[in-house]
Design a protein around this ligand. Structure first.
Ligand SMILES: Nc1nc2c(ncn2[C@@H]2O[C@H](COP(=O)(O)OP(=O)(O)OP(=O)(O)O)[C@@H](O)[C@H]2O)c(=O)[nH]1
Ligand SMILES: [Mg+2]
Ligand SMILES: [Zn+2]
Length: 301
């Protein structure tokens, strides 16, 4: 099982076995007990034949990661309440595509705001994908994100609108689709491929919430250089573990103004002589972004 320099890619992790893409075939393998890192989706690994015939092949090494996507203590999806303070979701990710729907489920800018803070902390680029544009609902106001230079694509997994823009956005990268349950992450994976690859589910109930159809992350390869990791819907995105004084650094558009704050321990909330507040008042920083900062500063993280 020659891995070459870049190893074989882990496409799914289930309990004690992991599925590894070996020359285009999904092969269930067993991680060697001595591994330092437990493999996650997107990891590149080396694989050896089993010791005993009939056993699964063995993952012998997890190659160095770049761009690991982690979640913090307190997040909850249905399947990831393992109590770990930081949980690696996927490795070797180039871009996180935050998927939201124009409605059904309702558009939640606060999810985007929180996700951007986490992505900034992990050094991961983000883009926005607004799905279900076929519903005819008026599009949410995205100006604050556009002003930040976030790539934004408007799509419909149902009628195919914008899928070429989405393809262009992800071409040549390994991306992860993230967002609330029911926004259409798996439907988009299927729409990008000709065949049904990922399971999708109805959005039910009065509030049009999703039902958590996808229960574990899985990597789908679109071509030799492009792959999408479909993930389970996130219920709530915790920023627990991010200290109050660390938060401003995760707003790259606001952080430079802290140089002129009068107090070293300025929280940029109410203090006299605050450089950030001055920048907002002078029109040098976006009031909408400052409001997002204040909201995240004061609310329960
Ligand atoms: N009208 C419309 N419905 C869509 C579109 N995309 C997905 N849906 C529907 O939305 C529902 C949820 O889609 P999924 O793809 O399962 O959503 P998901 O984000 O993968 O959800 P989880 O796996 O639970 O996180 C399904 O009933 C889809 O048919 C779209 O572009 N337009
Ligand atoms: Mg899904
Ligand atoms: Zn300040």
């Amino acid at each position: 099982m020659e891995a070459g320099d870049r190893g074989h890619v882990v496409v799914e992790v289930h309990g004690i076995l992991v599925t590894v893409d070996i020359d285009g075939d999904p092969v269930r393998c067993s991680p060697a007990p001595a591994l330092d890192l437990y493999p996650v989706v997107g990891d590149r690994v080396t694989v050896s034949p089993p010791v005993l015939a009939g056993d699964p092949p063995v993952v012998t090494q997890v190659l160095a990661r770049r761009g690991a996507l982690t979640r913090l203590r307190g997040d909850s999806t249905r399947r990831s309440r393992d109590g770990a303070s930081e949980h690696v979701l996927a490795a070797n990710i180039d871009l996180a595509v935050i998927v939201a729907a124009v409605s059904r489920p309702p558009f939640h800018p606060r999810f985007i705001d929180r996700y951007m803070v986490l992505a900034q902390r992990g050094g991961i680029d983000v883009a926005l994908c607004i799905n279900k544009c076929d519903l005819g609902t008026e599009l949410p106001d995205l100006e604050v994100y556009r002003d930040l230079g976030l790539p934004i694509v408007k799509v419909s997994a149902k009628d195919g609108t914008g899928l070429d823009d989405l393809r262009a956005l992800i071409a040549g990268r390994t991306v992860v689709f993230t967002g609330h349950s029911g926004v259409g992450k798996s439907s988009l994976v299927n729409a990008l491929f000709a065949d049904e690859m990922a399971q999708t589910g109805d959005v039910g109930g009065k509030r049009g919430q999703g039902r958590h159809t996808t229960s574990r992350s899985a990597l789908f390869r679109i071509d030799a250089d492009t792959a999408v990791v479909d993930t389970p819907g996130i219920r709530s995105l915790s920023l627990a573990g991010i200290a109050r004084d660390e938060l401003i650094d995760l707003f790259p558009d606001l952080a430079p103004f802290t140089d002129s704050c009068r107090f070293r321990d300025c929280s940029h909330d109410h203090e006299p002589g605050c450089g950030v507040i001055a920048a907002v008042e002078a029109g040098k920083a976006a009031p909408a972004r400052y409001e997002i900062y204040l909201r995240l500063l004061t609310e329960d993280r």
